[in-house]
Design a binder for this molecule. Sequence first.
Ligand SMILES: [Zn+2]
Length: 100
Amino acid sequence: MALDDDHDLDGDLPDNPAKYANHGCTANAELVARDGRLFLVASRPVPDGAEILFDYGFGLAESLGHPCLCGLPGCAGRILAEPLRSLSKKHLRRPRRPRP
Ligand SMILES: [Zn+2]
C-alpha cells in the first residue's frame, strides 16, 4: 500500500496488520489516504470472519507477475485495477492468428 513515492506499508511483514487485507476482484473495502495516513474503509457490509478485500490498483505492467487467487466470480486472473479488468479480458479472449 503506497502512501507516497517514499512510504508504503508492506503486508509481508509479520507485525504489520495490513497482512490481513488482500486484493480481491470484488472488493468489500477501499484504501483511502488522508492526512498522511492510510485507511481501509468498508465499501459494503463485511460479515464476521470475511476477508477484507480491496483493489490493489495495479496497472497492466505491474499485474503481469501477480496472478490473482481471489477465486471470486469475474476474477481477472491477475491483480489488476478494476477499470482495466474488462480490457484485459477482451485481450485474453482474442483468438490467436495461426502461424504460417
Ligand atoms: Zn481475482
